[in-house]
Design a protein around this ligand. Structure first.
Ligand code: 48F
Length: 260
């Protein structure tokens, strides 16, 4: 008869490694559990794809928790609020264009919604590199965040994927690996990363969605990463563009994977 401690440890180990094993090769790997990545994960999982999200922080949610300057309310446009309602997140009308959302409800609702749709989130896992084979991005190289932060000399493991989304926000870390390390030419005006421009909410919101696209075979960017790649303006604590970007990248990937 096992003692309780052994049963509890065994349950965690077996269930976790079963989950990891089922995601060693996925349809879609999403790097970053910010708002755009979470909406994309939700939509792709609902469409029936095997989706894994890798988030380097302990708590998924990205830049959603703190509202504006730690005042934990955020703003969304009327049309984007409809996406939040699909996640059962409550929005409160502010004027005839905008609605406000409790940032904690939004962050937790997006995480819960993505998970319930079937996407699996691996938290405290950093994507430190990508795999490119024969002119196509086909995997992510992962390690525990504490291993990376402590600078431990530990080799990573690799998760293979049919499509990879850079949802890392402002730094677009994954596209940087493709451009700077693999030396590939991406679909941007220069073939490289233009870099984010300063604050212009209206323009930044519009271009976040326009800039959401496939950049290279197998490689896509959403949210602020997409805007950084194409040289768009930043927009601060208004989030409609992020949700629409997540939805758009899910639609693009669904279309591409259905032709594979
Ligand atoms: O920045 P983030 O929230 O992504 P987003 O979907 O949304 C941007 C907004 O939050 C905000 C804004 C709205 O107006 O401008 O900034 O573009 O979330 C990015 C997530 O990616 C994680 C990071 O911890 C964050 O939670 N991340 C970044 N690099 C890595 C990573 C990496 N190498 N591996 C794993 N996760």
């Amino acid at each position: 008869m096992k003692v309780m401690e052994e049963t509890i440890s065994g349950a965690i180990v077996r269930r976790f490694f079963n989950k990891l094993e089922r995601h060693l090769s996925v349809d879609v790997a999403i790097v970053g559990a910010g708002p755009s990545g979470l909406v994309a994960a939700h939509d792709l999982a609902l469409a029936g794809y095997n989706v894994a999200v890798f988030e380097s922080k302990l708590a998924p949610g990205g830049g959603t928790w703190g509202g504006g300057m730690l005042m934990n309310e955020v703003v969304v446009q009327n049309d984007a609020a409809a996406i939040l309602h699909e996640f059962n997140i409550t929005t409160v009308p502010f004027d005839n264009q905008y609605q406000t959302v409790d940032a904690i409800e939004m962050a937790s609702g997006l995480i819960f919604g993505a998970r319930k749709a079937g996407a699996v989130i691996f938290n405290a896992v950093t994507v430190e590199d990508i795999a490119i084979h024969d002119g196509r991005v086909c995997g992510v190289v992962i390690n525990w965040n504490p291993v990376a932060r402590l600078g431990m000399h530990v080799d990573p493991i690799v998760i293979m994927c049919r499509a990879l989304v850079d949802g890392t926000g402002h730094p677009s870390e994954i596209v940087q690996k493709a451009v700077n390390k693999a030396g590939v030419t991406i679909d941007s005006p220069t073939g490289g990363i233009l870099g984010e421009k300063p604050m212009w909410m209206e323009d930044g919101e519009r271009t976040t969605v326009e800039n959401t696209k496939r950049l290279y075979p197998g490689l896509y960017a959403s949210g602020m990463a997409a805007n950084n790649v194409q040289g768009g303006f930043r927009m601060g604590p208004i989030f409609g563009g992020m949700f629409k970007s997540g939805r758009k990248i899910a639609q693009l990937i669904s279309a591409d994977l259905s032709h594979d």
